[in-house]
Design a protein around this ligand. Structure first.
Ligand code: EPZ
Length: 430
């Protein structure tokens, strides 16, 4: 989808099935490379980033079967089998389509002893360095040659060797690459100052089901005992917390009421306090067939301004920053959001202002002076979450909002427009 035309002002009432987490599925799909046996992964969202990743995996030699005629939950069940995988085929046209391709560095190196892939490049939210990914491979004994456009790594005919690594800063991707590279390394690895997002726990659970030996030994410390072989398994991906929170905010902003299925209240764990403080009510719900969900709506006390910073889990997630900003833009009073993870993840501010928001950027902070309402206008999506947030602005705007570059939304939200329309939104795709 290229452009969304949103005729705002409709309350969103209805039911939505929350998908499996994109940021968990992608890593689990990549981790399946480490096994020579088939693995079955349930609850995979069929978003365009996953589709692109599956194309790359197929290209590298993975056999893939997709089963997905589920009516209640549109996420897919995918069987992946990688008895062999190519080492030298990821050019820029592939790695540039999804940055997550950098996570193939660890598993392909561990499996084949050699890997060459194009550098993924920056993206709409910042420079997105990969130095920590490379540092990890070197520390595990690989020789890594970096040229302007490529990374080439070899174990020099040996196995990767377990070691003790302390990350200088918390990185989700570098933690995941380190875990995947060390599960089959020779000996023991300790990883310190790791990221602890729920998606990382899901990856660890998946790898341990395959036969890996990964243990949490401290809040941000992992102990990994290398194994020789990983086998077959079946795994269901955790619900997408960012998708769930996006719909919770959408229901509240439009003064509607939604039931979100396949997503227990625990999915909101670290976000629930903040969402509740700003005026998003989230209550547990159990369907007739005993599936856990939540009911989301605007608090009867209305919205409240807030001062908040994004930081690694368990703190407020950067991925929800633009979405929260959409709500704060129409919340009376002054709110401040400081973005601490990505240096350039405030590009949406000028787009919000085109719709009548009053947001001023001061360094990495956005000073949001709540307005009574948003107006019609044409805006450009700048990345996945910013585009979803701009769509939420459109849902409450007084008039037609045209959202260009809306294809970003397809990268991470399954059936986004269909879900909104089923809940009463007036949105047309072109
Ligand atoms: C993951 O990106 C997510 N992507 C992002 O979600 C998410 O915003 C981010 O984690 C933070 O939660 C996926 O899971 C596919 P990082 P990742 O490594 O792993 C710096 C979305 O919208 N850094 O934790 O790339 C980096 O520049 C996406 O779904 C280095 O300096 O994030 C950033 O400032 C967007 N060197 C910080 O660390 C490195 O080698 C955190 O990045 C690696 C990272």
């Amino acid at each position: 989808m290229k452009t969304l035309t949103i005729n705002g002002g409709k309350r969103l009432n209805g039911e939505i099935a929350i998908s499996g987490a994109k940021n968990s599925s992608m890593k689990i799909i990549i981790a399946s490379i480490l096994s020579t046996e088939p693995v079955l992964i349930h609850n995979v969202p069929y978003v365009s980033d996953v589709v692109t990743l599956l194309q790359i995996m197929r290209y590298l030699g993975t056999k893939i079967t997709i089963d997905g005629n589920h009516t209640i939950n549109p996420s897919k069940t995918i069987e992946l089998h990688s008895p062999k995988i190519g080492s030298e085929m990821l050019d820029f046209t592939m790695t540039n389509r999804i940055r997550t391709s950098i996570l193939m560095l660890g598993p392909i190196l561990a499996k084949n002893g050699y890997v060459k892939l194009a550098k993924p490049g920056g993206c709409g939210i910042g420079d997105r360095k990969i130095d920590l990914h490379i540092m990890v491979m070197k520390r595990l004994g690989a020789t890594v040659i970096e040229t302007e456009n490529f990374i080439e790594a070899t174990t020099n005919g040996k196995q990767l060797k377990g070691t003790d690594i302390t990350f200088p800063l918390v990185s989700v991707g570098a933690t995941e690459n380190a875990i995947m590279a060390s599960v089959m390394a020779d000996g023991e690895t300790i990883l310190r100052n790791v990221a602890i997002e729920p998606e990382i726990d899901d990856l660890i659970l998946f790898l341990n089901k395959l036969g890996a030996q990964i243990t949490k030994i401290g809040e941000r410390e992992l102990f990994i005992c290398g194994v020789q072989h990983l086998g077959a398994t079946e795994h269901s991906v955790i619900p997408d917390r960012i998708e769930a929170a996006t719909y919770a905010v959408a229901a509240s902003m439009t003064d509607g009421n939604m039931i979100l299925h396949h997503c227990s209240i625990k999915v909101f764990d670290n976000m629930i306090g903040i969402l509740s403080n700003v005026g998003v009510d989230i209550k547990p719900f159990v369907s007739k067939d005993h599936i856990e969900g939540v009911v989301v709506m605007r608090s009867n006390k209305g919205f409240n301004p807030i001062e908040i910073q994004t930081n690694p889990y368990p703190h407020f997630p950067t991925d929800l920053q633009p979405v929260l900003m959409a709500l704060l833009a129409i919340t009376k009073g002054t709110s401040i959001i400081t973005e601490n993870i990505f240096e350039d993840r405030m590009q949406h501010v000028s787009e919000f202002n085109r719709l009548g928001a009053n947001i001023e950027l001061q360094g990495r902070s956005a000073i949001i002076r709540g307005v009574d309402g948003l107006c019609a206008g044409t805006v450009n999506g700048t990345d996945l979450r910013a585009s979803a947030a701009l769509a939420l602005c459109g849902l409450v705007a007084n008039g037609i909002v045209t959202l260009q570059n809306a294809y970003y939304i397809d990268r991470g939200y399954q059936n986004f427009v269909r879900n909104l329309v089923r809940c009463g939104a007036d949105v047309v795709i072109s």
